[in-house]
Design a protein around this ligand. Structure first.
Ligand SMILES: [Zn+2]
Ligand SMILES: [Zn+2]
Length: 342
């Protein structure tokens, strides 16, 4: 046996979120799958708005963790031998969970009452481990880059499902970044007429390409009067997808009476809810997709190839901090993917 074999644990490159506006890429031990887990080789991992919020504020996660939950990967090692090496998968990011409490028995591991200590690193790394039960196979005719969007499109599909619009209903989407554009796609698939709002022209253009009836600049045109001109009832469903408080305020203003407001961004500031009361609106938020909504996302991406346009850029893992800094400054692209080994 070579002298170094025991001491030289295999290493990988990984991007660590160290804290406020700091991501460093460094060597880390190759993660070993525990019982019931597999090791994955990451192909692409998308930067989520929530990851950028971590970076901008230093809050929500960390310090010193590997983020990344929007990924495509190939199975590297399944000790149980169920998933063959090279199988292309995405991961339902539900947390681990004890598997026994009331929430785990409903497969809602994210609400586990007794979460185990084991923490999985995320997808901003060459490799990660994940519970085998959370793997979802990527269809053969869907490419790795597009498939990395299964999680955020799964969020949008679940959000639209919970708002339950009827075909023909007017929908309002505030913020045409990646989650907003995925929400537009999910609403169009549900048969809605969609009004999109975003101050940036290239995002509005993409919104129209994905099926918005109209996309306008909410700093120039008033969302409420624009919506009422399109339908006197106003929007039946309205989504906050910009992650900023002014946008959430505007969504409550623009939503029609008895409408449903879905909050898919993370606005980190207070809003006034008087309009919600006066118009008897209902509001909800979600923390992630369901396994089923991710499966539907993979199907929808095959049916509608234009959805892949939401992904504007892939950058090598080594440039993670630069990619985050640009997104935090608002000019880095729409959905940016990190590509380990890219
Ligand atoms: Zn996300
Ligand atoms: Zn549990």
């Amino acid at each position: 046996m070579p002298a170094m074999a025991g001491a030289s644990a295999r290493m990988m490159r990984a991007a660590f979120f160290e804290g406020y506006q700091c991501i460093t890429v460094r060597d880390a031990p190759l993660p070993e799958p525990a019982s019931g887990e597999v090791r994955l080789k990451i192909r692409y991992c998308g930067i989520c708005g929530s990851d950028v919020t971590c970076y901008k504020t230093g809050a929500l996660a960390g310090p010193d963790v590997i983020l990344g939950h929007e990924l495509s990967a190939a199975v590297d090692h399944d000790p149980a031998g169920v998933w063959g090496p090279g199988r292309r998968v995405t991961v339902f990011p539900s947390g681990i969970g004890c598997g026994e409490c009331v929430w785990c028995r409903e497969e809602k591991y994210r609400f586990c009452l007794n979460p185990p200590d084991r923490v999985h690193g995320g997808g901003f790394a060459e490799y990660m481990t994940a519970p085998a039960r959370n793997l979802i196979a990527i269809p053969d005719d869907l490419d790795d880059r597009t498939a990395a969007g299964a999680e955020p499109l799964g969020v949008a599909l679940r959000g639209v499902e919970l708002a339950s619009p009827k075909p023909g209903d007017l929908a309002y989407v505030s913020g045409l970044g990646s989650i907003g554009l995925y929400t537009v796609s999910a609403l169009v698939a549900a048969g809605c007429r969609v009004l999109g709002a975003d101050p940036r022209e290239e995002r509005r253009t993409l919104g129209l390409e994905l099926g918005c009836d109209d996309a306008f600049d909410p700093t120039v045109r008033d969302p409420l009067s624009t919506a009422v001109a399109a339908d006197p009832h106003g929007p039946r469903v309205a989504f906050e997808c910009a992650g900023v408080p002014e946008s959430l305020q505007q969504v409550f203003e623009a939503c029609g009476p008895e409408g449903v407001v879905g909050i898919l961004g993370i606005p980190m500031a207070p809003v006034f809810l008087l309009r919600m009361t006066l118009k008897e609106e209902r509001a909800f938020s979600i923390r992630g997709p369901t396994r089923e909504s991710m499966r539907r996302a993979l199907d929808l991406m095959r049916e509608r190839p234009e959805i892949s346009r939401v992904m504007t850029r892939a950058v090598p893992l080594e440039q993670a901090n630069d990619a985050f800094a640009r997104l935090a400054a608002g000019d880095g692209g729409i959905k940016v993917l990190l590509q380990p080994g890219g």
